[in-house]
Design a protein around this ligand. Structure first.
Ligand code: LMR
Length: 366
């Protein structure tokens, strides 16, 4: 059996986590031979709910669940972590403008970036889920000068999976036979779900679907699916978001299937003419715990326009929070060098479970 890895989850008592934590503990994310330590973080007034969730996790008697710790602050919760799943964010309230949402989440992700910088394992891998995820990832990354920006990612796998699921339903194919779907840009209604490279059973998708359906039905459906779910359920997507988190982290760490492409929100290095310094969803392949942008895909003029629209939105979001981005990390985000750190989880002193940690213990709530 391998040494356990430490995974921090923020917003840990929320709806996405309620689905996610059980998947992680059962080995769905990192494999059936990888024990996990869950460092669960919530707001102080949600700690009782979190304690109840921890009890349920314990009651599942998962062989891979080594330890659960509960924290009401990120500085403690990020201690020595190898992975950070940043789910908690302030949702948009009545009358709030997008810029208000950006600003209030900027505070949260500034603090989280600093805490990752100061307390996490130096090889920590970060996934931002809380919206606006791409720009929150930028804020966290810009506030973590000791970490490489390549250690930060934003979730667009939910959109990627949606595209596969909806296309499968439309064509009658099994989702497992659909490959090379790409989501470009922001996790928002400007994203560009691109099927021009996609295949069903190795045959190009575009030859099997109606162009009008693709442009007028499929694209808007993927772009607005989150809102459609909120309208139907009264609350945001939870189980599908959790599945997307599992898929994103699984592929990042354990690799993508040969020939497959997945979508991840990552810092732009200028590929495909996308401006550097924003977190933009690109087609990637993963191996050895690293991701790499898939280069050389054919982009038509129409596709480029779609990619530019979502780029423009991300640049606007960046401009709205620019005053909160520390100037000293500007250069590292403009010149992303290839990160030579391996994807291997490193154990520095004290990164394993410490002798004093007891199952389900926390010095704050129990
Ligand atoms: C989703 O795509 O389901 C969510 O990001 C929507 C939201 O705004 O919570």
């Amino acid at each position: 059996m391998r040494r356990p890895v430490r995974i921090a989850v923020t917003g840990a008592a929320g709806a996405i986590s309620n689905n996610l934590l059980f998947k992680i503990a059962s080995g769905e994310m990192f494999g059936k031979d990888q024990p996990v330590i869950l460092q669960l973080i919530e707001m102080p007034d949600r700690m009782e709910a979190l304690r109840g969730l921890a009890m349920e996790l314990e009651d599942c008697a998962y062989p891979l669940l080594h330890t659960i710790t509960l924290h009401d602050n990120v500085e403690d919760g990020f201690n020595n972590i190898h992975y950070a799943l940043l789910i908690g964010a302030r949702p948009r309230g009545p009358g709030m403008e997008r810029s208000d949402l950006l600003e209030s989440n900027a505070e949260i992700f500034t603090r989280q970036g600093k805490a990752l910088n100061d307390h996490a394992n130096r090889d920590v891998k970060v996934l931002v889920v809380g919206n606006p995820a791409n720009t929150n990832a930028l804020i966290a990354s810009r506030n973590a000068p000791k970490l490489s920006p390549s250690q930060f990612t934003a979730l667009t796998r939910l959109d990627h999976n949606r595209a596969k699921g909806i296309l499968a339903n439309h064509t009658g194919a099994n989702p497992k036979d659909i490959s090379r779907v790409v989501i470009w840009g922001n996790h928002s209604s400007t994203q560009f779900p691109d099927l021009h490279q996609a295949t069903v059973l190795d045959e190009p998708v575009m030859g099997q679907i109606d162009e009008h359906w693709y442009r007028e039905v499929f694209i808007p459906k993927i772009q607005t699916r989150g809102g459609e779910i909120i309208a139907a359920r009264g609350v945001s997507s939870a189980a599908s978001a959790a599945q997307a988190v599992v898929d994103h982290m699984h592929d990042w760490m354990l690799g993508t299937q040969p020939g497959e492409i997945v979508s991840m929100g990552i810092l732009s290095d200028g590929s495909y003419g996308i401006e550097k310094g924003i977190f933009y969803s690109f087609p990637v392949r993963c191996d050895y715990g690293r991701y790499q942008i898939v280069r050389g895909l054919d982009i038509s003029d129409w596709s480029r326009e779609m990619m530019k629209v979502t780029e423009a939105e991300l640049l606007e979001e960046k401009a709205a929070v620019n005053h909160l981005l520390p100037p000293e990390t500007e250069a590292s985000h403009q010149n992303l060098s290839i990160c030579l750190r391996s994807g291997v989880t490193l154990y520095a002193d004290g990164t394993g479970p410490d002798a004093a940690s007891k199952y389900l213990t926390t010095n704050r709530v129990m």
